[in-house]
Every structure is written in C-alpha cells, then in structure tokens.
Design a protein around this ligand. Structure first.
Ligand code: GYE
Length: 335
C-alpha cells in the first residue's frame, strides 16, 4: 500500500486524454499587487478535488485568499471529484504556460503521463493535501499536507479513550465509512486505524462493515442506513470525515438509535459542523485535519519559482478533540 515517506514506485494506468477542462469549473482571479520579490507576477494553476465536504470548502477559501494575499494570478479549477477533469485542467494549465501547477489529486494513481507533460515543459508541480503514487519521484517537487496514516492511528487511539469514558464493556463492532475509493486519505486513514487495531485490539475490536461514502454527507447517510440494516449490532462508527459522520447521524436517528450513545462515533477533520455535532453529544471525538493550507502553499510556490530547494513533504500541525472540549473549542474554530 502507499507509503508516503518513500513515495512508492507503482506502474500506473493512465486515464484517457479528454477535451480541455471538460466538465470542470474554471475561474480566473488575480490581484493587482505584485508578487513577493517585486518581479513578474506568479501565475499559479490550481486543480481542486471538488466541493464534497466542509473541509474542502475551507481549503478552497484558504487557497483563494492566500493567492490573493500573495498577489498571484490564480487559475482555479474544480474537478468535481473526477480524475479526468483534473487531468484536463492540468493540461490546460500547461497549454497556458502557468509558472507553477498545484493540485490535490482525487486518487493516488494514474498521474504519470500528465505529470511528464508538465515536466517536459519545465513547469514545476506541487501537490497539496493528497499524495500520488508515481514511478518517477522527479514528477513533483513537494507535498504540502497532513499525515493521513497518523490520523488513522490517532482515531484508533482516541476511540480507546471514548470507549473507556463510555464505560463500554464487551466486543467493539465497528462500522467504517471510508473516503473516496483510491484517495490517499481513504487508503491511509484505514491503514493507520487498522495498524493500531491489529497491534492492540486483535481480540476485542472488529470492523464488521466498511464501505465508501465518498466523503459526502449524502454518501454517509445512505451507506450508514444500509449498514444498520445488515448489521444492527454495530456499536462504533469510524468515519473518515465529519461530513460522512453527520450524514450517518441522520440514519442512526432514523433507525431509533442515539448517536454518541448507542453508537459511539469518531471522525476526522474538525470542521465547524463536526464540532457542533460533538457539542450536541452526537460525535464522541474528532481527529483534526487542517484544511488551511493556502498560506503554506503560496510560500512554497514562491520558493519553487525562485529555484530554492524545499522539503519533500511539508506536514501540517494538528490536534485531537474529545466531546467535553467541543463547547469551549467551538467559538475559536476557524473552519
Ligand atoms: O478529510 C475530506 C475531504 O483530502 C484531507 O478530503 C482531505 C479530505 C478530507 O473531502 O473531508
């Protein structure tokens, strides 16, 4: 499986070329101030995953406002969770001769061809948020984003606390709502969680059902309803993001059960609505994943443009929150 540290080699299938930015929404925004060094304004092409979650909305806002702040001309494209749209957007950025391309890859595989095209035109590529698997490490400069495997481990560790607090006795029957299939945060959060489970809870914890909810509320709601039908004895939900947990809460309530009590819930992200659900007692703990990557990204873009060396992986600092911290933390949440 993917090891972000080594950026594993993997031969990848390449999505077919499509027309320019087929269904992707593209917008251009630029500010009048000049870029940091007083030189020519930097043009940055940014291909976003979509608008699937509260995290993504906060991430998009952060990128847009940081680009404006830095005085870059930003070409922003929303791929609506489709890899072919991202490939088209990147091709369009190459054709427009942008200075730097940044993107948050919807899935990990299938990027080599388009990244080689960027390299051939000497346009540096910076990954944000999510990683890729590539056969050639030189195809991107750096990744600005979180350690998702560690988030998975932290989710398992915080579940231990949640179970203890709830005075839970007996077997732990876990339902897992996975993120988008093939996406780095889905693969790695599952991996980190399982690592702790295999090491410390071989006998008492079991993932009884696991399926993707595509990181959306609607997905979480629908899949949780099916889980409750097939496995009515589930007593824990591990959701790869808050939005799916919030969707699942609706199905849990519709099934006449109490989220946060009958079914203990741990999720990842820490968006405002997640904190609201936690302060209402419906989510038991949240592992934070910071979406405010814009300022760090703009700094890196400037350095890359100036030919400076940057770290291979620029990680984000994050915290964990238990339910009893939710009310106090809520007013200070920035996203
Ligand atoms: O957790 C989820 C979003 O890639 C870290 O994508 C991101 C994830 C985030 O849709 O809410």
């Amino acid at each position: 499986m993917l090891n972000r540290r080594n950026f594993l080699t993997a031969a990848v299938g390449v999505a077919a070329a499509t027309g320019l930015a087929a269904c992707a929404k593209e917008d251009d925004s630029s500010s009048t101030s000049s870029s940091g060094g007083g030189g020519k304004k930097i043009t940055l092409g940014f291909s976003q995953v979509g608008s699937e979650s509260g995290w993504r909305t906060a991430n998009t806002d952060s990128v847009k406002s940081a680009a404006k702040e830095a005085g870059y001309s930003l070409k922003f494209s929303d791929a609506q969770q489709k890899q072919e749209n991202q490939i088209s957007a990147i091709r369009s950025f190459i054709a427009q001769k942008v200075d730097v391309i940044a993107f948050s890859p919807v899935v990990v595989t299938g990027w080599d061809a388009v990244l080689k095209e960027a390299k051939a035109k000497k346009i540096p590529v910076v990954l944000t948020d999510r990683s890729v698997e590539t056969s050639d490490d030189s195809l991107f400069v750096t990744l600005v984003g979180s350690d998702f495997t560690d988030e998975g481990r932290r989710a398992a560790k915080i579940l231990e606390k949640v179970l203890e607090k709830a005075g839970h006795k007996g077997n732990v029957k876990i339902a897992q709502l996975e993120g988008t299939t093939g996406a780095a945060p889905a693969i790695e959060r599952a991996k980190g969680f399982k690592e702790v489970m295999d090491a410390d809870h071989k006998d008492d914890w079991k993932i009884v059902v696991s399926q993707t909810g595509d990181f959306t509320r609607a997905g979480g709601k629908q899949v949780m309803a099916a889980f409750l039908q097939s496995n009515p004895d589930i007593n824990v939900l591990f959701a790869h993001n808050d939005d799916m947990a919030i969707g699942a809460i609706q199905s849990i309530e519709a099934a006449g059960k109490k989220p946060g009590k009958d079914i203990l819930i741990v999720s990842i992200d820490g968006v405002k609505d997640g904190f609201v659900a936690m302060s209402e007692g419906k989510i038991n703990a949240i592992v934070e994943c910071n979406p405010l990557l814009g300022p760090q990204l703009m700094e890196v873009v400037q350095k890359v443009k100036d030919g400076e060396t940057v770290e291979r992986w620029i990680k984000t600092k994050e915290s964990d929150f238990m339910q009893d911290q939710a009310k106090d933390a809520l007013p200070t949440r920035k996203y």
